[in-house]
Write a protein that binds this ligand. Structure first.
Ligand code: PEP
Ligand code: CO
Length: 451
């Protein structure tokens, strides 16, 4: 890449959605410390993800990206990491079966701590305080002191990410993800209908493995059946943290964001001349761009030029999030812009962020039916345009939370309070996630039947 870039260049650009730290000395000492810590991911892994994503671009693989809206220091446990990993594995099995192609699995995990907010202030009982911006920045408790941005939180986020990634690497490589355990991944909370559908599919996979054994091909000898590649991602929002963890790759000499394999630029921070685009244009990692209704086709063209001047496949994922009913209006013009540029991108559908609403009792929620409708509209537009619907992006968790309503699990407005644990946006629970995976499979099957 021929570009003049350095990891601090973003500091000269307009910065939005970033905290103002009251104590610069403390901030500097934290970032100095982080810049001496080992990176969380390595160049070889990042390039391997990019290669897999290049195949998503060509329709040879499908992308599944999902996890928390925001990770939290409080909700951190080995069980919750395992549950998220397990539901992603289950969804991937369902999707592999439908697509007959490998699934690229990326968690919103091990670094997803910083949140953009629609409003800089939050009001509660007549008291106004600065908004909570994610555990890496300030504390969710509703008092003045808690809301002051504290750089030490970056160190806690880094160490939680490191330990999370360590466990994820163990799960993905150490036997947990062995396809022979496909039945054992079933979650206790899965709804009966989802559970039956999943077990039926797991049974067919087991049959296929037994057939292979009988025919003299031992599944134990096939590494690809015993391990999975699992990657981690987050929004590159807190640029002091991203800069401190960026590293020059010793093999290629290019710069890698060492904070995660894949990073994305949020819908609120994707100004072509802004700080976030400036930072991301110089790193080698695959980059996502969130595209909401305000994304103009010309703006998208500028972003693609800046972020992927060499048109490398797998480098850019466009994560579209318009909201149910708005896909037909907004997606085709972005597809046209991409076609005009001849740009190689992955189209991924985030049916979460355009479908957030307030329930009658005040809970922030999303309806399963709206999420599903947006997914179906995304596939329908790609069918019309002859383009590839490459992936899906969900906010979800492997446990039985009650944050989104509907689906077979029938969470209703009245039961939202039962297990509403998210610190930011409402997530699909395990059974809603699995149900959605089956629905996505059906969309893929329709597509396969037509091509
Ligand atoms: C998110 O993914 O949590 C998010 C804030 O998304 P967006 O930038 O699309 O609003
Ligand atoms: Co969110």
């Amino acid at each position: 890449m021929t570009k003049l870039w350095n990891k601090s260049g973003w500091r000269e650009r307009p910065q939005i959605q970033m905290p103002e730290y009251p104590n610069q000395d403390k901030l500097n000492s934290v970032t100095r410390h982080l810049s001496q810590c080992p990176p969380l991911v390595f160049g070889g892994e990042v390039r391997s993800l990019r290669e897999q994503l290049a195949e998503v671009c060509e329709g040879k693989r499908f992308l599944l990206q999902g996890g928390d809206c925001a990770e939290s220091f409080q909700e951190y446990s080995a069980d919750s990491i395992r549950d998220t990993f397990r539901i992603i594995l289950q969804m991937a099995v369902v999707l592999t079966y439908a697509t007959k192609s490998p699934i690229v699995k990326i968690g919103r995990i091990a670094g997803q701590f910083a949140k953009p907010r629609s409003s800089a202030f939050e009001k509660n009982n007549g008291i106004e305080l600065p908004s909570y911006r994610g555990d890496i920045i300030n504390d969710i408790a509703f008092n003045q002191e808690a809301r002051v941005p504290n750089p030490d939180r970056m160190i806690q986020a880094y160490s939680q990410s490191a330990a999370t990634l360590n466990l994820l690497r163990a799960f993905s490589q150490g036997g947990f993800a062995d396809i022979k355990r496909v039945h054992a991944w079933t979650l206790e909370f899965t709804e009966k209908e989802e559970s039956d559908r999943y077990h039926y599919l797991a049974g067919r996979i087991t049959d296929a493995l037994e057939f292979m054994e009988a025919a003299g091909v031992s599944a134990n000898k096939i590494e690809a059946l015993k391990r999975v590649d699992f990657f981690v991602s987050h929004e590159a929002l807190l640029l002091e943290y991203e800069e401190a963890l960026s590293r020059v790759d010793s093999i290629t000499g290019s710069v890698i964001a060492g904070s995660g394999h894949f990073v994305w630029i949020g819908d609120r921070t994707r100004q072509p001349d802004g700080a976030h685009v400036e930072f991301c244009r110089g790193i080698e990692n695959p980059v996502g761009i969130k595209c909401g209704p305000s994304m103009e086709p010309d703006e998208l063209k500028v972003l693609l030029q800046k972020l992927n001047p060499d048109n490398i496949p797998g480098r850019i994922t466009l994560i579209v999030r318009f909201g149910k009913g708005r896909v037909f209006e907004y997606l085709p013009k972005l597809i046209t812009a991409v076609k005009e540029e001849g740009a190689k991108v992955i189209w991924s559908c985030d049916p979460m962020h355009g479908n957030t609403e307030k329930a009658s009792n005040g809970y922030k929620t999303r309806r399963f039916e709206n999420i599903l409708a947006e997914v179906k509209q995304f596939f329908a537009v790609h069918r019309e345009e002859g383009t590839i619907p490459g992936g899906v992006h969900f906010e979800m968790t492997g446990t039985d939370v009650t944050e989104c309503t509907g689906g077979l699990s029938a969470v209703s407005d009245d039961t939202l309070g039962d297990r509403y644990h998210t610190v930011c946006d409402p997530r699909l629970n395990s059974s809603q996630s699995l149900e959605l995976a089956f629905e996505v499979s059906e969309e893929i099957a329709i597509r396969a039947a037509q091509t």
